[in-house]
Design a protein around this ligand. Structure first.
Ligand code: DND
Ligand code: ATP
Length: 258
């Protein structure tokens, strides 16, 4: 991680977060708190940028979730206002309706639905607190290989960590004084018990070295990263809109579709 000046980056990103919040006209950063490094670091950054009374944490266990203790510990550590919304009934309700409609939910359905229910919940909370704005918690390493759910955890008003690798996120979290336990919790999909890295078949360190230094000694891993990167770019594009060549000209004469 040579060349990563954590204090410089932190100063820049906190300033940017303030500008983004002002641009949104918001007052309160709403963040889903899993107690892992990404949401913990975004929450700590939000406290530094806006003050703890302008940050609202949302704990969203899916039924009984043993590692929700981390989320509780994080909101207590940062002393931020928070609530718990258990998503189990919402997830089970959708799956049950699919089954009643004669559909068999695929593994993909079951893995991605909780993430989308969590995002719907975050927007519901944001509309129930003063000037609530949902912050995205994704990092560059996961986004690079598309390891996120479109319109689920990939959503939000702005993404403070979207250009930082997992290792850089940990450095930012440390610089903000977060206790180590929030930074080293191995990320997992919460479904199979496997870690992200087990599921992906390569380490985030390998992705980080590839992104930052262009180095990936294992050719099979490089090809897999490239393949996943290419296949997931649709998750980061704005919605294509059919416009049939019609101009959209507003006041200054600019055609906004060009
Ligand atoms: N080219 C294209 N253009 C537009 N849309 C396209 C598309 N290809 C697929 N799609 C649509 O997108 C869907 C697939 O995308 P999506 O629903 O996101 O799902 P998908 O990419 O299949 O899966 C997301 C992966 O990320 C993992 N994940 C999710 C959430 C959080 C984390 C984490 O650790 O942080 C990891 C999860 O375990 C899973 O392996 C398809 O079902 C299809 O509807
Ligand atoms: N149980 C939960 N309660 C609240 N928010 C959650 C929960 N699980 C996931 N989230 C939200 O969804 C985001 C993506 O969750 P995921 O489980 O994929 O973890 P991750 O990408 O490793 O992030 P983190 O490092 O924050 O755990 C989290 O950063 C958090 O904002």
């Amino acid at each position: 991680m040579s060349g990563f000046n954590v204090q410089l980056q932190l100063a820049g990103v906190l300033e940017w977060m303030s500008q983004q919040m002002a641009g949104c006209g918001g007052k309160t950063a709403v963040i889903g708190i899993s107690g892992g490094k990404d949401s913990s670091t975004v929450a700590a950054m939000a406290v530094a940028a806006y003050g703890r009374n302008h940050v609202y944490g949302v704990l969203m266990p899916d039924g009984i979730q043993p590692d929700i203790d981390y989320s509780q510990a994080l909101v207590e550590h940062l002393q931020i206002p928070h609530c718990t919304c258990n998503i189990h009934d919402a997830v089970a309700g959708v799956l049950s309706q699919l089954e009643q409609a004669g559909l068999t939910p695929s593994r993909q359905t079951v893995v991605n639905l909780p993430s989308r229910i969590r995002m719907a919940t975050l927007y519901a909370v944001a509309q129930s607190v003063e000037g609530g704005i949902v912050l995205n918690t994704s990092n560059l390493s996961e986004d690079w290989v598309g390891y996120c759910t479109i319109y689920g955890d990939s959503a939000g008003a702005f993404s403070p960590l979207g250009m930082y690798t997992t290792e850089e996120v940990i450095a930012l979290g440390r610089a903000l004084g977060l206790p180590e336990r929030f930074l080293i919790k191995p990320p997992s999909d919460g479904l199979t018990g496997l870690t992200d890295e087990d599921n992906l078949g390569f380490s985030y360190h390998a992705v980080n070295e590839y992104i930052r230094r262009g180095v990936c000694p294992d050719e099979a891993v490089r090809e897999k990263i490239d393949r996943m990167h290419r296949a997931s770019r649709f998750k980061f594009q704005t919605l294509p809109v059919y416009h049939n060549g019609l101009p959209m000209v507003i006041e200054d004469g600019t055609d906004y579709y060009k």
